[in-house]
Ligand binder design. Structure first.
Ligand code: F6P
Length: 544
């Protein structure tokens, strides 16, 4: 069945939702005291509590039946086997092959995928080892102290997020910076206080044709050559990560210093490919491989666990439940870890570039709502900013809370350790969101009657809590793989191609057409519409 909304399982869920919508989480817990223990699932080091969701066992049964109807099991098998499930680009989707263990075998479309993956990993490890040991030096013989990754989208967000997450593991005295925006302020700020003699640029671009990346890379190259006074310096200070050797060579980077990957790795799924090179240089190849082992652990869980005990499946189905049956438009991701400050931004590309689609894989328009808007900030900062709306606003915002038992470092002022304070806040928020406070409870505290309605906390706001022993390379890999598969589950239910991104192309082409209109001395022409033409004129006046 192409249109999932016509399936009997969809109607059954709609009916079930109508019956459940009026029930409060307080009632669900009162009626079912075992749900806190039962509605949990463990995958690798990740523990998920989904008891604070507006579901019963029946809901989970109906949702997993929908997944069966959508052919989820077969789709999982097809992805891991390398079938061309990216139909609009006729490609395999094999980011899971990037973390195959050494010695694994996988041949797809005549390519020894597993062998190629490990050959690149070994080459990365060799290079990262040389840089970390000070054997790979800059042009003047000095060791590398700073790695600047230049890339955008998937060629930036993954390594930038993971470097921030794992900076406590950067143990070779090498730090990383990330330049992505074509705004001159980005590259300008990154280079301002850098010593070219100790800086290595990693130019990361799957296509090596992305305007922002090539522009930033050219600016960085001029900066380096101007300061070191020799074009020959480029070969010691620039390496490339790409699938396109020809363009890398055209840019002037020796392809011996290029780290490859393949068209079956989507940009937003590429952190664990050579796109992770800057991260590997910072944390070392061993830690990088631990991260891959984390990814792998969740891959294996995703493949093998029954649907109703499968963490990515449950989280994906809960996403569908709120998006399509409760009309929720967004999903908050709230890591209680400052180190995961870039995780929501990373997830925005992963989820919204993947599932922001309004046609199905077969080209027909979708009937149901698809990808939710992902957003978030680390707790506790978010608590003092937008949680008010989560607690008392009119919108339903399902949220994922992510916390860690062990901090990398802890401090105490005059009371409990800071990490315990952080975790107490996380747990307090999920409890308040679920159970709230009634008018009676508030009045009983002596609150004046006129104020009571303002202080009522309605509760019934659904959350997942993911509890992790510690933020390590391995658990970070587990968290990323978890969300990769959540996206896959949702995309499968909606019947969309989660692996293309045609929607971002038009704006790129139009920007290229508009650039001459902004800079030429001729009267503006070429603007696509009257409003844009007027803005071009205004911009040119302001620019003098
Ligand atoms: O514009 C979207 C996009 O194509 C992303 O999917 C991709 O991650 C990003 O641009 C960067 O592309 P590239 O790695 O080819 O420079």
């Amino acid at each position: 069945m192409a249109d999932i909304t016509e399936a009997p399982e969809w109607s059954a869920l709609a009916e079930h939702q109508a019956a459940l919508a009026g029930r409060h989480l307080r009632e669900l817990f009162a009626d079912d005291p075992g749900r806190a223990d039962r509605m949990t699932v463990t995958a690798g080091d990740l523990h998920l509590d989904y008891s604070k969701h507006r579901v019963t066992d029946e809901t989970i049964g109906l949702l997993t039946a929908l997944a069966e109807r959508a052919g989820l099991r077969e789709r999982i098998h097809a992805m891991f086997a390398g079938e061309h499930i990216n139909v609009s680009e006729d490609r395999a989707v094999l980011h899971t092959a990037l973390r195959l263990p050494p010695g694994a075998e996988l041949t797809v479309d005549g390519q020894d995928v597993a062998g190629d993956v490990h050959a690149v990993l070994d080459k990365m490890a060799d290079f990262a080892g040389q840089v970390r040991a000070g054997e790979w030096t800059g042009f003047t013989g000095e060791r590398i102290r700073t790695v600047v990754n230049i890339g955008i989208g998937g060629s930036d967000l993954g390594p930038a997020m993971a470097y921030e997450a794992l900076r406590d593991y950067a143990d070779a005295g090498i730090s990383c910076r990330f330049v992505s925006n074509v705004d001159p302020a980005d590259v300008g700020t990154a280079l301002a206080d850098l010593d070219p003699a100790t800086t290595l640029f990693v130019i990361s671009s799957k296509t090596f044709g992305t305007l922002e990346t090539l522009t930033n890379a050219k600016v960085a190259r001029s900066w380096l050559v101007d300061r070191l006074g020799d074009e020959a310096a480029v070969s010691r200070h620039f390496v490339a990560v790409s699938t396109n050797a020809e363009r890398v060579a055209e840019f002037g980077i020796d392809t011996a210093n290029m780290f490859g990957f393949w068209d079956w790795v989507g940009g937003r799924y590429s952190l664990d490919s050579a796109i992770g090179l800057s991260l590997m240089i910072a944390i070392g190849s061993e830690a990088f491989r631990e991260m891959l082992a984390g990814f792998r652990e969740i891959d294996e869980h995703f493949r093998a666990a029954p649907l109703d005990a499968n963490m990515p499946v449950l989280m994906g189905l809960l996403g569908v439940w709120y998006t399509d049956f409760f009309g929720a438009q967004t999903r908050a991701v709230l890591p209680y870890s400052q180190r995961l400050s870039r995780f929501p931004a990373y997830l925005q590309q992963l989820t919204m570039e993947s599932n922001g689609k309004s046609v199905r894989a077969d080209g027909a328009p979708v009937v149901a709502q698809t990808g939710a808007i992902f957003w978030g900030e680390p707790g506790t900062n978010g608590q003092h900013a937008f949680y008010q709306l989560l607690h008392q606003g009119t919108r339903l915002v399902p949220a994922d809370f992510i916390g860690f038992a062990e901090p990398f470092e802890d401090h105490a002022a005059d009371g409990p350790g800071m990490h315990d304070l952080l975790t107490a806040n996380m747990l307090a928020q999920t409890s308040a969101l679920a159970f709230g406070r009634t008018a009676e409870e508030i009045a009983a505290e002596g609150t004046p009657a006129a104020i009571v309605p303002h202080r009522v906390m309605p509760g019934n706001r659904p959350t997942s809590t993911i509890l992790v022993p510690k933020l390590t390379p391995k658990t970070l890999g587990e968290l990323i793989a978890l969300y990769e598969h959540v996206v896959f589950v949702e995309g499968t239910i909606w019947g969309i191609d989660s692996f293309d991104q045609w929607g971002v192309e038009l704006g790129k082409v139009m920007a290229q057409d508009l650039t001459p209109a902004l800079t030429s001395a001729e009267p503006p022409s070429g603007a696509p519409d009257p409003s844009t033409a007027a803005l071009v004129r205004r911009y040119r006046e302001l620019r003098g």
